[in-house]
Design a protein around this ligand. Structure first.
Ligand code: ATP
Length: 756
């Protein structure tokens, strides 16, 4: 496993000015290669930060030079069976797409077309050198991850379901169920597929009223080499990541907030994985986000290259620092002699003009995005402190907090894209074009100002320490609306966001705003200008809440995976395949560590197959102890019990008296096995409606469980085979179990009783 982290500084775009350049590449000493990125401190003009990388590429680096230096050396390894993963990371408008995709002209082609060209060339050579004894085939998958959901880019957007494609574990690997894979024979084939897929991406984003730079686009190139019976498979993945800008410095309506939470989470996990790989850790937290999980990042001897894209100009100052901070963490581990993120401090270059005139930034707020400060705890503490002192934002860490004093110019309407030579990029008319920016701040993503952007009145940039201190001492803005009004506004926003999440955010048509929300908006806009700390603090708490919710949904997902394995094990057992059942039960064990009944099954099967070992008892005891120590996962036992019940025998039956009692009570009810009984019919109708909102209304069903069920049924298809005809069938579905069905049934009975 190896990881390289490099930085690439893009050249100035048409409207950007030389005098606004603040980022530059440098070397540790004369004669050494460029490995440092230098940038002045935004708070103190007398300081300059320096970040170390494996390599740094300046604005004059060509596409060919970058490919030759960073990707070409790994192509041999790819054909030796290693996976190669290349990420482009950075703020919107810094050149990620240019780096990965590039332009149409030969010289402008980016990493992806060059990689494909190289793969085809090598493939042909191998076939020629072996006189055809080895054949090399190439196939492509291309998908995007938007709001933590996976969508196939090789399929037209109309085919998308709101839930996206589900993930499954297969032979120890995570697979995207239903993801298409297309054979690709030559560069022409590739170009056709790639252009079509990128058009799909843009069309889908437009339908969602979103922007393609808010999703991660992942191209996987599978290389299969076959010699006789021997097959060698390896994958090159090229990833154009979603823009990493801090959402608090952009307009963040509720959709953008949810997007940002998803982006922040996945970028945070990615940076954690890169860190862990660089440290040589055994445990890489790749399961924590869909992207890293699908890529199985760090799970083999693969090679990972992370290209941090940077814009050279001041209008990106804070976002640039934020992404340097994230990326150089990985580097810090790699280069032992450069231990800290901030390596040198020295006077800035005079041309930097830190306090340069004519430069305006977006309104700034404290920086506590997830991937920057891990848990957000620091930022929370700082916010608390700020509350106590009743002053504007206090610094959280070196470049976290700034006071803007200069009035912010209104966001300009997006100009038509300038010299973007890439054909696939053409439909990106709405792209926030750094190429159109001049000395004005980058236009924000949405035209409509949000509560966040209105929280603080625009202020000029503070250029000196004294001015910063004066700004910090300035009295807080007058609050002229009541705490109850603030509370109501924040609660409303919380409810909106959570409802949007529950309803699985992506909807293929732009939704009209509810009337109440529309009516409330002028009030919000008028009042917001006068509110400050209170609302900001609540909204940040909300962001944290969204973060933690997505974490718990990951836990649900793991549990569902475990239950799927149990289901398959039970099926294997029913078919008399004891060895297969044992293998699957053992695979399920890590999902339910120490689960006594599962251990019982494993031991029983091992005994039956003559594999029982002497220390099985001790192992079981140890696993049980773990359970007692808190690793027990809620609901597991019930589901495994159910498994036993179907198999008709439970080695541990009778030990969990309470559970047994509650289970049998409902299932003793004859009605449950009678599909024509009104309550059973009602329950089955709700399930077969595949309507997440209806299913969520059942007792014991959360949004996640409802969504999982709908996903599962969708996979089964629309015909008869996709219908659930009885509760017995329902409780055998992955993630269901008898207790879940019982509760849903009892909920309907109770509702009926209330009506009566
Ligand atoms: N190395 C470079 N040389 C010349 N032009 C570049 C370079 N890098 C970026 N650009 C130009 O800068 C502009 C923004 O780049 P690009 O669209 O690739 O940014 P991005 O980070 O992918 O943005 P987004 O996240 O919105 O997709 C484009 O016009 C692109 O052509």
């Amino acid at each position: 496993m190896s990881v390289r982290v490099v930085a690439r500084i893009r050249p100035l775009l048409e409207k950007e000015l030389e005098k606004d350049i603040i980022v530059r590449a440098d070397r540790v000493e004369e004669g050494k290669p460029l490995t440092l990125v230098k940038i002045p401190s935004p708070k103190n003009g007398a300081e300059e930060f320096s970040f170390a990388f494996n390599s740094v590429y300046g604005p004059t680096t060509s596409q060919e030079e970058l490919f030759t230096a960073e990707v070409a050396p790994h192509m041999k390894a790819l054909f030796q069976g290693l996976d190669v993963t290349i990420f482009a990371y950075g703020v919107t408008g810094t050149g990620k797409t240019h780096t990965m995709r590039g332009g149409l002209r030969l010289a402008d082609r980016g990493v992806i077309p060059r990689l494909l060209s190289n793969v085809f060339r090598r493939g042909k050579k191998i076939m020629k050198d072996t006189n055809g004894a080895t054949t090399v085939t190439v196939s492509l998958s291309y998908y995007e991850i938007y709001n933590d959901k996976v969508y196939d880019l090789l399929e037209p957007p109309e085919k998308r379901t709101p839930a996206g494609l589900p993930l499954r574990e297969k032979d120890g690997k995570t697979v995207v169920v239903g993801l298409s894979e297309r054979a690709c024979d030559d560069l022409k084939d590739f170009e056709r597929l790639y252009i079509e897929a990128n058009n799909n991406r843009v069309t889908a984003a437009t339908k969602l009223n979103a922007h393609s730079s808010r999703s991660h686009a992942i191209l996987r190139v599978k290389v299969t080499q076959t010699t006789g019976d021997m097959i060698r498979e390896s994958t090159a993945s090229a990833i154009d990541l979603a823009g990493s800008e801090d959402n608090r410095r952009t307009d963040n309506g509720k959709e953008r907030l949810v997007e940002s939470a998803a982006i922040n989470k996945s970028l945070f996990v990615l940076s954690q994985c890169i860190d862990a790989i660089a440290r040589g850790d055994k445990r890489i937290p790749y399961r924590e986000s869909k992207m890293t999980r699908i890529l199985s990042l760090g799970q083999n001897n693969g090679i990972t290259v992370m290209i941090l894209n940077l814009a050279p100009v001041r209008s990106y100052h804070l976002d640039t620092l934020s992404s340097l901070n994230v990326s150089s963490r990985a580097k810090r581990i790699e280069v032992r002699e450069i231990e800290n993120e901030i390596v040198y401090k020295q006077p800035p270059r005079t041309t930097s003009g830190i306090g340069g005139t004519g430069v305006q930034r977006q309104p700034l707020r404290p920086l506590n995005n997830a991937h920057n400060v891990h848990t957000g705890a620091l930022a929370a503490k700082a916010a608390e402190k700020a509350d106590k002192s009743d002053k504007p934002d206090k610094p959280v860490k070196a470049f976290s907090v700034y006071t803007d004093k200069k009035p912010v110019a209104p966001a300009r309407a997006a100009a038509p894209p300038a010299a973007n030579t890439s054909l696939p990029r053409q439909p990106l008319q709405s792209k926030r074009p750094s190429e159109t920016s001049d000395s004005l701040p980058r236009p924000s993503k949405l035209a409509r100002p949000t509560t966040q952007s209105l929280l603080r009145p625009p202020q000029p940039i503070t250029t000196t320490a004294a001015a910063a201190a004066a700004a910090a001492a300035a009295p807080p803005a007058q609050i002229s609306i009541t705490p109850d009004q603030i509370e109501a506004m924040v609660e409303k926003k919380v409810a909106e966001i959570l409802a949007a999440r529950a309803a699985t955010v992506p909807q293929l048509q732009p939704q009209p705003q509810p009337q109440a929300a529309q009516a409330a908006e002028p009030t919000v806009a008028a009042a917001s200008a006068e509110i400050s700390e209170e609302v900001r603090r609540r909204l940040e708490a909300l962001e944290r809440r969204i973060e933690s919710e997505s974490r718990s949904s990951d836990a649900d997902e793991r549990r569902t995976e475990g239950l799927r394995l149990l289901l398959r094990a039970r099926q294997a057992k029913e078919h008399g395949d004891d060895a297969g059942a044992l293998r699957l039960y053992e695979k399920a064990l890590p999902y339910f560590p120490g689960q006594p009944k599962l251990l019982g099954k494993i031991e029983k099967l091992r005994a039956k197959l003559g594999l029982a070992d002497a220390d099985a008892g001790g192992r079981r005891k140890k696993e049980r102890k773990q359970t007692e120590e808190g690793e027990y996962q809620e609901g597991t036992e019930a589901d495994i019990d159910e498994d036993e019940e179907v198999a008709g025998k439970s080695p541990l039956r009778g030990k969990g008296g309470k559970k047994k009692g509650s289970r049998s009570r409902a299932f003793e009810h004859e009605e449950l096995d009678d599909p024509s009984s009104p309550r059973v019919k009602q329950l089955l109708d709700i399930v077969n409606s595949r309507d997440v909102t209806l299913i969520k209304g059942l007792r014991g069903f959360g949004a996640k469980k409802a969504q999982d069920l709908v996903d599962f049924l969708t996979l089964k298809g629309d015909g008869e085979s996709g219908r659930i005809e009885s509760l017995t069938q329902l409780r055998m579905l992955p993630g269901m179990g008898g207790r879940t069905v019982e509760r849903a049934y009892e909920g309907l009975v109770a509702a009926q009783a209330q009506v009566c």
